[in-house]
Each structure stands twice: as C-alpha cells, then as structure tokens.
Design a protein around this ligand. Sequence first.
Ligand code: SF4
Length: 435
Amino acid sequence: MAVVIQTVEEHSPAHKAGIRPGEMLVSINGHSIRDVLDYRFYMTDANLQLELNNSAGSPYIVTIKKEEYQDLGLDFETYLMDKQQSCKNKCVFCFIDQMPKGMRKTLYFKDDDSRMSFLFGNYITLTNLEEEDIERIIKMRISPINISVHTTNPELRVKMMANPKSGESLRYIKMLTDAGIRVNTQIVLCPGLNDGEELRRSLSDLCALYPNLQSVAVVPVGITKFRDGLYPLRCFTREEARQTIALIEEFSARMLAEHGERVVYPSDEFFLEAELPIPQPEYYGGFDQLEDGVGLMALLKEEFFSALEEENQDVCPKQLSVATGKAAAGLIKELAEQAMRRFPQLNISVYTIENRYFGPQITVAGLVTGTDLMDQLNGKPLGEKLLIPSVMLRHEQDRFLDDITVEELENKLNVPLQAVANDGYELLAAMTGQN
Ligand code: SF4
C-alpha cells in the first residue's frame, strides 16, 4: 500500500530531501503507512528512512535527519490518507435516519472513524474496530478517545444499535482504560430503553473505570418529525427528565466527594426539559463535554457577565436583533436585557425560532435552518444587523443546514447577518458593535 503525496512544504525536511508532489510514500523506517495516524506516529523520530515510489512508479529510498517531532512537511491527497470509515450500526435513535430526504449528500454520511476521534474529537462506537485496532491506539498512546457507549448492557446495546458486534465491543473500553488511555463517553438516553435502572448500571460500570474515565455526558434523544417506519421513540417528559437528573446526580455527587470532580453530567437539554435552572459554571469542572452540549449555557452566561464587567468603551446607539433556537432563547433574552440595562442606548430584540423544518421537539440552535429563519423573521423589525449563533452555519460558514446561503437570507430579510461563536465575550462585542 502507498499513499499519494499532494504537496511538499518548501524548505521542510522532505523538500530538502528532494521529495516532490505526485510521488508515493510507502513506508517510514520499515513501517508501512496506511493512514494519517501511521504517518504522524512514525515521522516523529529524528532519523528517518523513507521508502517512496517516484512519479514514474520506480521505488527509491531517502534518509532524513531532522529534529525529533519536527514535521516532515508532507500533505496527502485525502486528509486521512484513506477512505473515511462509516458506521456499521443502525441505532434506533440515529438522527441521520430522521432527516428529510433531499438534503446535501454529505449530511447523510454516518461517520464512525477512530482516526476522526483522535484528530477532531468525533465520537466512535468501537463496533467497526478489531482487537488489533485497539492495540494500535494503545501503542500510539492516542488519548483521549471519545466513545458513544449508550449502555453497558451488551444485549441492550445490540438492540439499540442493531449491530451484533456492539455488545462484545464494549470490552474494548476496558482494554483502553486498563492501558492508560483516557476516554470521554456519551450516552444518548431514550425513555423506556436505556434510562432508569439501565442508566444506573451503565453509570456504575463506567465510573469504575475512573481515573481513565474522563467524563460521561448523558444527552436526551432528539426526535424529528421524520420518524415514519422507525423504532417508536418519544421525548422525555418533564418528570422523567427530573428523575434522570436526580439519578445522574447520585453518581456525580459521589464522584465529587471521592475524587474531587463530578465526571458524570446531564447535558444542558436535560435541565431545560426538566425546567430546572442551569447549574453554576463550577459544576462543570474542566468543561470536558462542551461539544456534547454539557455546560455550554453556564459558560456563555459566565463569559458574558465577565465581559459586561470589563466593558468600558463608549457604545453608540444601536438597534439590532438576535435569532436563536428555543433551547437557548431564555438565556439569550436574559443576556440581552443585561446588556440593555448596562447600555440603555442599545435596543436588542431576541427572536425564538421554532424548528418547523425538523419538528418542534428539536430546539437546539445548531439545527435551525435558513428556511425557518426566512419564514419566521420576514417582516419583523431586525434593526441594523441580525446576530445568529455560528453553529447554525455549516463548517464553511457560508450556508445553513438546508443549503440556504447567508447571502440569500440577507437579501430576503434585507439585513446584514453576523454569525457569533458560543462565546460570551464575542456575543457582547457583537451587541455593542465592537466586532
Ligand atoms: S453510530 Fe448510530 S447514531 Fe451514529 S451515525 Fe451510526 S447509526 Fe447513526
């Protein structure tokens, strides 16, 4: 196996050694290179012998001396240097299966690639890994790994993920933590399936892996209006959400008393569904699970209040608007009121966008579409600019989930849009016109 070199950085060790784009990398110090992890791991040595094929296909060898850990300077045709691994599961709660037809093809890709976990923090299920893959993770000291566990009951995991390998692959979690690899885990909680006593069992098993268990995020299942023909699932009621938080608190309080950190956290959505106040920032320790929506709101609020305290610049009179999903709307209204109290020359309208595209039970800002913004804000007073959370936009930040572009929405609503990161300082600066 060999991988095609796309670019060679000028003045890098590889460039100085005469390696050129279009050639193929076969091995480093006798280790064949399958993907980006092999490349990153084996290129760290100071003394390297590279086996390559030149553009005519003839093999040759170069010897390179460089600083330990210095980048060789090679880039490859695809970032992973290999096909991205897709998942082999059919989880009963899978969000992708609940999306309407006709969206962009890439949105339907079910990623389950351990290399993406290491490189970008993606969650993996372990169901498409073999023991040798786990040994490679251990050998390369790839840590932490983010794992979607859902339940530690093997039979229930097979049922929830509709994959016969999902039960037995649970043992890989212990292999990893026994070898000192730290894991962040998540549980997508479905009422009547893996909650209650099943959740107690999962948390008990996972907490036993501490200290190499870094965190557990418990997230309620998201239900769209496109579930025809799928496993019957529903959302948590307010009472069930409260009971779930109470159960999680049993474990997090125990972990806090024994180890000084909570480790186990309900996501922000659980507090909203339970109609309970979001905890203070101290509750979340190192905010290990922000990507999973754990502590996002507490952090935003804390940052915003600190920014307000530190703000001492002149603020010009301004009329503007903010649009967000139902979940964060209460908090954003509170922050906007604080900003207007401090700067009476600001006039900020906050609009709650109901998710008509996926259905009203989807409340997070990250799944609000351009169509819903267009329909629900048309004709509303929006002021000089409209702020939206940047998570509403795809990675390239130019379009929404439903392919409506920023420009299209600006033209339709006749207002410039400003995407703001989930950061209290940035939000205040956007409101006051400092950025
Ligand atoms: S692992 Fe499950 S939830 Fe994730 S993409 Fe695959 S089927 Fe969907």
